[in-house]
Design a protein around this ligand. Structure first.
Ligand SMILES: NC(=O)c1ccc[n+]([C@@H]2O[C@H](COP(=O)([O-])OP(=O)(O)OC[C@H]3O[C@@H](n4cnc5c(N)ncnc54)[C@H](O)[C@@H]3O)[C@@H](O)[C@H]2O)c1
Ligand SMILES: O=C(O)C[C@H](O)C(=O)O
Length: 345
């Protein structure tokens, strides 16, 4: 029995992500919530012939919490893609003003109505919304760092796709052999290929100029989509795929015995390091509490351990990390301060 809620299910990401989740035969209940459109999306998806029972919830007014309560009660996994997307010329940080309040509100619902759920945060800016989620859960005394994940999988998906194109191989051959760590915006995104099992192949195939262009394309892949959509939003379909790819790992860990294939690099997520096995040392080394690192799941799909991605880096990768940390620190603080500075509960 796995109950999944998608908050923001009526949106560009929410709809295809809900479809992919509905197709997972292990999901028994799918609960869709949005300030607009979720009941319609739920009615539509409910005709798909898989076992998940689909329900849709829309609040009657901004103060109506009853629908969020119904959507969240009994959830094992809560995925949040609610919030505004970018338009050309905007940075993800420009979304903070609107999305910070949305995330705080929805995570307050999670704290009250499904405090034990695994929480996957997609809404941007991830570098700040995940700290907002952590602080909100702390205020309610229900923060479990092993169950909070900022979704950075799209950066990995792009890194795999673009590298496979350059190496002229099937992207499936890249999966599990490279990593992307750090944050989720521009130069806080740190693709790691040189220090990985594909490092030698990359060095042989790519000139240093091609390598730099590759890193830049992964870091600014989101802008490619934002610009191509000409004001109609940002990545939705590739994000739905990426969000489900991570959610699928969580569903597998929830429903089976989590396995760890040491020949593959575990998928990374943006997590609160000091609360995780193996995380404290990384936080000390990096000087930040939040960082996307490879995550190994344990029983109940909580984090068993995280892998230190900062060991054995090449010189250019170390430089990428240095730059990323500069950008990450203020974004994390901004998120934490947003909750700490708010009126006491
Ligand atoms: N983590 C990532 O890699 C990644 C990738 C792509 C997009 N994003 C982010 O995901 C977010 C959503 O993008 P989108 O393209 O789906 O946007 P969208 O505008 O198409 O959909 C957002 C949905 O959220 C809903 N919503 C707004 N406030 C809400 C609230 N308080 N409660 C419930 N629902 C609410 C809206 O009604 C809308 O249906 C954006 O912030 C975007 O930047 C993140
Ligand atoms: O670029 C964006 O604003 C959306 C998302 O974070 C992405 O990486 O595609």
């Amino acid at each position: 029995m796995v109950k999944v809620a998608v908050l923001g299910a009526g949106g560009g990401i929410g709809q295809p992500l809900s479809l992919l989740t509905k197709l997972d035969s292990r999901v028994t209940e799918l609960s869709l919530y949005d300030i607009r459109g979720a009941p319609g999306v739920a009615a539509d998806l409910s005709h798909v012939n898989t076992q998940a029972k689909v329900t849709g919830y829309q609040p009657a007014s901004p103060k109506d919490e009853s629908q969020l309560q119904k959507a969240l009660t009994g959830c094992d996994i809560v995925i949040i893609p609610a919030g505004v997307p970018r338009k050309p010329g905007m940075t993800r940080a420009d979304l903070f003003k609107i999305n910070a309040g949305i995330i705080k509100g929805l995570v307050t619902g999670v704290a009250k109505f499904s405090p034990n759920a695994i929480l996957l945060v997609i809404s941007n800016p991830v570098n700040s919304t995940v700290p907002i989620a952590a602080e909100t859960l702390k205020q309610y005394g229900v923060f479990n760092p092993e169950k909070l994940f900022g979704i950075t999988t799209l950066d990995l998906v792009r890194a795999e796709t673009f590298l496979a194109q350059l190496l002229k191989i099937n992207p499936a051959e890249v999966k599990g052999k490279i990593s992307v760590v750090g944050g989720h915006s521009g130069d806080t995104i740190v693709p790691l290929v040189q220090s990985t099992p594909l490092g030698k192949q990359v060095a042989r195939a790519l000139s240093s100029d091609q390598y730099s262009k590759y890193i830049n394309r992964v870091q600014f892949g989101g802008d490619e989509v934002v610009n191509a959509k000409q004001g109609a939003g940002s990545a939705t379909l590739s994000m739905a795929y990426a969000g489900y790819r991570f959610a699928e790992l969580v569903i597998s860990a929830l429903t089976g015995t989590p396995s760890y294939d040491s020949s593959k690099i575990p998928e990374p997520a943006f997590v609160y390091l000091p609360g995780l096995v193996g995380g404290k040392a990384i936080a000390q080394q990096a000087g930040v509490d939040f960082f996307a690192v490879p995550v190994v799941f344990g029983a109940g799909a909580s984090v068993k351990t995280v892998i230190n991605p900062l060991e054995g880096l090449t010189g250019s990768e170390k430089k990428l990390v240095e730059v990323a940390l500069k950008g990450l620190k203020p974004s994390i603080k901004k998120g934490e301060d947003f909750v700490k500075g708010a009126a006491k509960l």
